[in-house]
Write a protein that binds this ligand. Structure first.
Ligand SMILES: *[C@@H]1O[C@H](CO)[C@@H](O)[C@H](O)[C@H]1NC(C)=O
Ligand SMILES: *[C@@H]1O[C@H](CO)[C@@H](O)[C@H](O)[C@H]1NC(C)=O
Ligand SMILES: *[C@@H]1O[C@H](CO)[C@@H](O)[C@H](O)[C@H]1NC(C)=O
Ligand SMILES: *[C@@H]1O[C@H](CO)[C@@H](O)[C@H](O)[C@H]1NC(C)=O
Ligand SMILES: *[C@@H]1O[C@H](CO)[C@@H](O)[C@H](O)[C@H]1NC(C)=O
Ligand SMILES: *[C@@H]1O[C@H](CO)[C@@H](O)[C@H](O)[C@H]1NC(C)=O
Ligand SMILES: *[C@@H]1O[C@H](CO)[C@@H](O)[C@H](O)[C@H]1NC(C)=O
Ligand SMILES: *[C@@H]1O[C@H](CO)[C@@H](O)[C@H](O)[C@H]1NC(C)=O
Ligand SMILES: *[C@@H]1O[C@H](CO)[C@@H](O)[C@H](O)[C@H]1NC(C)=O
Length: 520
């Protein structure tokens, strides 16, 4: 065997010397585009053009790394080199095949075009890591989760929250192996799991599910509302039951009640409200109360309210206004009930001494505590009767104070507009009278001023028959006298000019009168 090899080698040597001018063509490389880790893949290299009787060495490398020979093969006379490769991750990349003439350095080596090989490492051992290490924190913080793998490449990741895919949003970004939630809310709480996947040949899918990691995003307690009700312990002993109530926040919550800066009471509860009982003296200002709520992060404050309970005090008044429909008929009434004082009043309405509930066929009640209560009525036969209201302390119904009673019936109410009309009519008559008087004064005044100075204007006046018709000249003198009396009383002092002018005026009148008589 060795002898035959030697013989061939010698022969090749011999002929290579014969074909000094020979050259090598470009080798062709055949490889699948992808391969699975630890599988054995045949990669082939073939030289189509080659010198006769020359033994050719075909070598497999990764592009750019001639240090590390992946495989080689000595081919004779157009043989195809087959490299059985046990695939490692290192093999991923651009492969190339180099052809050389063995023992003939005068022939230039040639290189194939590169072929890319993708090596798929199936995913294995996915696990979720929380970047900050905190599984429980308050909303608003950043949550960064990593999906770490023991093995796997060309991986795509899916994130699940309580079994449902985490949807992308400006605050939820999945990038590579990371899930970043930039502004967490309590809705981001739950069990997180990552699913790592890669595929080979479009047919084999590898998946690795991480175990679940429980994240709790705590909600900050919201600003509590504060209110109190009054409790009558016995005849002379009252308490205020102060309620602090938040609408949101992870439980448990510690509520504290403060009187200005002084802690009155505190309690930690598994609900979002707490009650505190404090002793109360009616009619006294007992400080300013505030609730504070805390569930581990920042303290939430309520507004401050005065602790002061003023019992209801009279008199209780009931007044009303009306809604007027067609023909000035009253169709609706609004009755208002008010007490002079009282911070916790309870209003009650009565018709013929029967308590009216919040709503009936012809009425409804609008409470506007503590100021007043309004009873809206539609006026009709069923609404007729005697109305009154009562105000008592909401915590003590024994203290009711009643308003005066009012008999309200349609006919009585509708008398009002007639009175109104009468007043309006009266005023109108008065106005007409007043205007007439003013006119007379005006006319007289003008005549007096223009009397002798401008006979021309009088001529013009005379030429207007309409004016003459309107002017009842027979009464004129009387009126002048009247006016004189009035003037004498009102404007006498320092009105010398006027006094001097009077005779002229009278003369003018006389002239006019004469002329008028003449004309008629
Ligand atoms: C090539 O030359 C080497 C020594 O340079 C020798 O050992 C080998 O046998 C030769 N091979 C052929 C095929 O001639
Ligand atoms: C190749 O070698 C064989 C014998 O081994 C010989 O007969 C032949 O002529 C050689 N061809 C060339 C082209 O050198
Ligand atoms: C790749 O997929 C094709 C079908 O799409 C199949 O015929 C072939 O055997 C697969 N190759 C490997 C290496 O699994
Ligand atoms: C991985 O999770 C997916 C989605 O929840 C599920 O369909 C699949 O069965 C799980 N696989 C394993 C091995 O748990
Ligand atoms: C008021 O009532 C409370 C509860 O019933 C009681 O504890 C307290 O001693 C009473 N105070 C007075 C002054 O009666
Ligand atoms: C409640 O008040 C007591 C006494 O002031 C104090 O020691 C305690 O720490 C407070 N508890 C809370 C939860 O604030
Ligand atoms: C609040 O404080 C004032 C004095 O600072 C005190 O008179 C009042 O009784 C206190 N009120 C309560 C409810 O503790
Ligand atoms: C109330 O009493 C008056 C008589 O005083 C009566 O006319 C009216 O019908 C009564 N109204 C109702 C609703 O009972
Ligand atoms: C006051 O309230 C109590 C309990 O709600 C009730 O039993 C009582 O009849 C009421 N008294 C009056 C005068 O309304």
């Amino acid at each position: 065997m060795f002898a035959s090899v030697l013989l061939i080698t010698l022969g090749l040597c011999y002929c290579s010397q014969e074909n000094i001018q020979s050259f090598l063509g470009r080798p062709q490389l055949f490889s699948p585009p992808e391969a699975l880790l630890r599988s054995v893949v045949d990669i082939e290299c073939k030289l189509n053009t080659y010198p006769k009787n020359e033994s050719i060495l075909l070598q497999l490398y990764k592009e750019g790394n001639r240090e590390r020979l992946l495989a080689e093969y000595t081919a004779l006379a157009g043989e195809t080199a087959t490299f059985p490769i046990f695939i490692r991750q290192y093999h991923e990349g651009n492969l190339e095949c180099v052809a050389k003439a063995q023992n003939n350095s005068k022939i230039e080596p040639t290189v194939s075009y590169t072929r890319h090989l993708r090596v798929v490492v199936p995913v294995k051992g996915a696990q979720v890591f929380v970047d900050s290490g905190h599984m429980e924190f308050f909303e608003g913080k950043i949550l960064e989760l990593h999906c770490k793998l023991i093995a796997g490449n060309h991986v795509s990741y899916t994130w699940l929250l309580n079994g449902q895919p985490v949807s992308q949003s400006p605050h939820h970004r999945a990038e590579g192996e990371k899930l970043l939630i930039t502004r967490t809310t309590s809705q981001d709480s739950g069990s997180y799991m990552c699913v790592a996947t890669n595929t080979f040949n479009g047919t084999d899918v590898f998946t690795s599910n991480s175990s679940e990691v429980l994240i709790t995003v705590k909600e900050m307690v919201s600003h509590p509302d504060i209110s109190f009700s009054v409790l009558k312990e016995d005849s002379h002993n009252y308490s205020a039951v102060v309620t602090c109530q938040s609408t949101k926040g992870t439980l448990p919550v510690t509520f504290s009640l403060y009187n200005r800066t002084e802690l009155v009471a505190n309690t930690t509860v598994g609900e979002r409200n707490a009650e505190f009982k404090v002793p109360l003296v009616l009619g006294q200002h007992l400080g300013w109360l505030q609730c504070q709520a805390n569930n581990g992060d920042e303290i939430a404050f309520s507004k401050r309210i005065p602790l002061e309970v003023v019992p209801v005090g009279g008199p209780v008044t009931m007044h009303y206004d009306t809604d007027v429909g067609e023909n000035y008929a009253v169709i609706g009434l609004r009755l208002y009930c008010k007490a002079v004082k009282g911070t916790h009043p309870l209003y009650q309405w009565f018709l013929n001494k029967t308590l009216l509930h919040d709503r009936g066929s012809f009425y409804y009640v609008v409470h506007q505590p503590p100021e007043q209560s309004v009873l809206l009525l539609s006026v009709g036969t069923s609404s007729a009767g005697t109305y009154h209201c009562e105000v008592s302390d909401s915590f003590d119904n024994a203290t009711a104070i009643s308003s005066t009673r009012r008999y309200l019936v349609k006919e009585v109410l509708n008398r009002l507009p007639f009175l109104g009309v009468a007043v309006v009519f009266g005023s109108f008559t008065f106005l007409v009278l007043l205007v007439s008087v003013c006119c007379w004064v005006g006319v007289v005044f003008r005549r007096r001023q223009f009397g002798e100075k401008s006979m021309a204007s009088l001529e013009m006046v005379r030429m207007k028959p309409a004016y003459e018709g309107e002017l009842d000249l027979s009464d004129y003198d009387e009126d002048v006298d009247l006016m004189r009396t009035a003037r004498g009383e009102e404007f006498d002092q320092g009105a010398e000019v006027s006094v001097h002018e009077w005779p002229q005026n009278v003369r003018v009148k006389k002239t006019l009168e004469d002329e008028a008589v003449e004309e008629s």
